[in-house]
Design a protein around this ligand. Structure first.
Ligand code: G
Ligand code: G
Ligand code: MN
Ligand code: NA
Length: 252
């Protein structure tokens, strides 16, 4: 109950902020994007992980205003970096299931884009596999509407839900994010085979691939050999404060 009341007031009290985890081109090792990850600095409880409050935000419906906030801040921040003359990157924002199906989603995305003046090609939205598998027709139309705006659509945590390859084909998403649990298994023969199969499948469906949770040089080199396009993981960077992300872009 404490956390629920706190969550309700957190937006007004400006207790949320976004971190940015860089995504690199596997070949050039340049920063080409970043995933925006929300953080809650609670006045008494300290820093709370999204794993601990996103489910509560989902069940209370507070995810709608919180998600709109994250979208707006990510678009504004990205545009600010571009205005400063930094190399343009694509910022990825996570959408929860409830947010995705909310009837106000398109108008809030349009509002975030218009208010920030961000070109939609620099915005990516991540949806989970679970989401992509439910009520296919409605989902399909919504994804298409978002892509029609010029936004890139990514499927997050791929491999952890019930994958239907048939759905994947229908959706024609732009990016497939391989879940970090697979990357951790890349040293084994079967793990390697699985990842390479996922990457090849994604490519044959016209998707690019982001590997998440890349921590070792061995994983990085294997993924490069498999022609995985983008790398996100502690081997390069953890989620960064916006100031540190900015410094990184300046160095780029
Ligand atoms: O950065 P971290 O590992 O703590 O993120 C944990 C989880 O929280 C991830 O699964 C991520 O998708 C989710 N998450 C982070 N930021 C957001 C957000 O802005 N909206 C939603 N819906 N989920 C988020
Ligand atoms: O949205 P998603 O569930 O994919 O959230 C990404 C999460 O993965 C973030 O919380 C981020 O901190 C975490 N993460 C990113 N890279 C690594 C990594 O290399 N190792 C581990 N253990 N976690 C990572
Ligand atoms: Mn994600
Ligand atoms: Na993920």
């Amino acid at each position: 109950l404490t956390m629920q009341n706190g969550l309700r007031r957190a937006l007004e009290n400006d207790e949320f902020y976004l971190c940015y985890q860089p995504q690199l081109d596997a070949k050039t090792r340049r920063v080409i994007g970043a995933e925006a990850l929300i953080r809650w600095q609670h006045p008494q409880l300290g820093l709370i992980s999204p794993n601990d409050f996103i489910p509560l935000a989902e069940s209370t419906g507070l995810i709608i205003p919180i998600g709109e906030w994250a979208l707006r801040i990510a678009c504004e921040q990205n545009k600010r970096w571009q205005n400063e003359g930094l190399p343009p990157i694509r910022v990825a924002v996570n959408l929860s299931v409830r947010q995705f199906y909310h009837q106000g989603l398109l108008s809030s995305i349009n509002a975030a884009l218009q208010q920030s003046h961000l070109d939609p090609r620099w915005l990516e939205l991540e949806i989970t596999e679970t989401l992509a598998m439910t009520s296919a027709d409605k989902t399909l139309k919504k994804i298409q509407a978002l892509q029609d705006l010029g936004i890139s659509m990514a499927i997050d945590d791929f491999g952890t839900g019930y994958s239907s390859l048939n759905y994947l084909k229908q959706f024609s998403l732009d990016i497939l994010k391989i879940d970090k649990s697979f990357i951790g298994d890349i040293h084994s023969t079967s793990g390697k085979a699985l990842i390479s199969t996922i990457i090849n499948m994604a490519h044959s469906l016209g998707m690019h691939v982001t590997a998440e949770g890349v921590e070792t040089l061995e994983q990085l080199e294997e993924l490069e050999t498999m022609a995985c396009e983008y790398i996100q993981g502690f081997i390069f960077y953890k989620p960064l404060l916006k100031e540190d992300m900015q410094q990184l872009l300046i160095r780029e």
